[in-house]
Write a protein that binds this ligand. Structure first.
Ligand SMILES: [Fe+2]
Length: 243
C-alpha cells in the first residue's frame, strides 16, 4: 500500500459511515427538529467534545514526532484558548434553544455519548500514538466539516437562529477543514509500516461507527423516544443519583 493509496483508504473509511448522512442529520437539514431537540443535541455534543483536548493531550504526551505534537498543540489551543472556548459555544446555542446554563450543566450524557467519550479516552491513552491520532483527528474530527456544511445553513434559513447563536457551527466549518487536511497529511506520512496502516484503518473505521452510534442515541432518545418531552428532569435525577 503506497502513501497515496493509504490516504484514499482512510478517506473511504470515513465516507463509508459518515454521520453527515445519519437520519438525525437529514431531519435537521429538512428543518424537522424542534428547538428542544437541537438543544438536547448540544448537551450530548458537549459531553462528547468538552474533553477532546484532553484526549489529544494523551496523544501529545506519547508522540515522539515534533510536527505531530505541534499540530496537536495548535488544535488544543484553538479548541480551548484562542478565542471563545469551543464547548462554550454549545452552551450559548442551547440557551438559544431554550435550555439554560444551569440545566445544561446539570444534565448527564446518554449512555451512547458516554461510550463515545470513553472510547476516545481509551484510544488516546492506550493505542499507538499515531493510531490514536488517526482515530481522533481523522475518524472523528475530520467528519466535522462534512456535517457542518449540511447543518449550518438551515439553522438560520429554516430555524431562525441568529449568527450570534450559531458560533459553534461557523467556527468549526472553517477551522476543522484545516485540521482535517493536516491530520490526513501527518498520518499518511508517519504510518510507515503495513501494521501501522492497518491499525489506523481499523480504528478510523471504528471511529465512524462510534460517532454513528452516538448520533443514533440522540435520534432514538429525543426524536423517536418516549423521553423526548421530559428528558431534563428525569436525567437530572438520574445523574444526581449516580453522583
Ligand atoms: Fe472545536
Amino acid at each position: 500500500m503506497t502513501a497515496t493509496n493509504f490516504r484514499l483508504e482512510l478517506e473511504q473509511a470515513v465516507r463509508s459511515r459518515h454521520s453527515r448522512a445519519h437520519p438525525f442529520t437529514e431531519r435537521w437539514v429538512n428543518g424537522e427538529l424542534t428547538r428542544n431537540q437541537l438543544g438536547r443535541w448540544a448537551i450530548e455534543q458537549w459531553h462528547f467534545i468538552a474533553n477532546f483536548s484532553q484526549y489529544m493531550a494523551g496523544v501529545y504526551a506519547r508522540c515522539p514526532e515534533r510536527e505531530v505534537r505541534d499540530y496537536l498543540l495548535e488544535n488544543m489551543w484553538e479548541e480551548e484558548l484562542a478565542a471563545t472556548r469551543h464547548s462554550e459555544y454549545l452552551v450559548r446555542f442551547a440557551a438559544a434553544c431554550g435550555i439554560d446554563r444551569e440545566t445544561f450543566m446539570a444534565t448527564g450524557p446518554l449512555p451512547t455519548t458516554e461510550a463515545l467519550a470513553d472510547w476516545c479516552r481509551t484510544r488516546a491513552f492506550y493505542d499507538h500514538w499515531l493510531v490514536a491520532a488517526a482515530a481522533l483527528n481523522i475518524g472523528l474530527e475530520s467528519q466535522v466539516v462534512g456535517i457542518m456544511e449540511r447543518v449550518t445553513p438551515p439553522l438560520t434559513e429554516k430555524y431562525g437562529f441568529t449568527s450570534a447563536d450559531i458560533g459553534y457551527f461557523e467556527v468549526h466549518w472553517k477551522t476543522d477543514r484545516m485540521h482535517s487536511e493536516r491530520a490526513y497529511e501527518l498520518v499518511s506520512k508517519h504510518a510507515n509500516t503495513i501494521e501501522l496502516r492497518d491499525a489506523c484503518l481499523i480504528r478510523v473505521t471504528r471511529a465512524t461507527e462510534m460517532r454513528w452510534l452516538f448520533t443514533d442515541g440522540i435520534y432514538r432518545t429525543f426524536v423517536h423516544g418516549a423521553q423526548a418531552e421530559t428528558p431534563t428532569i428525569a436525567r437530572h435525577h438520574e445523574r444526581t443519583a449516580l453522583d
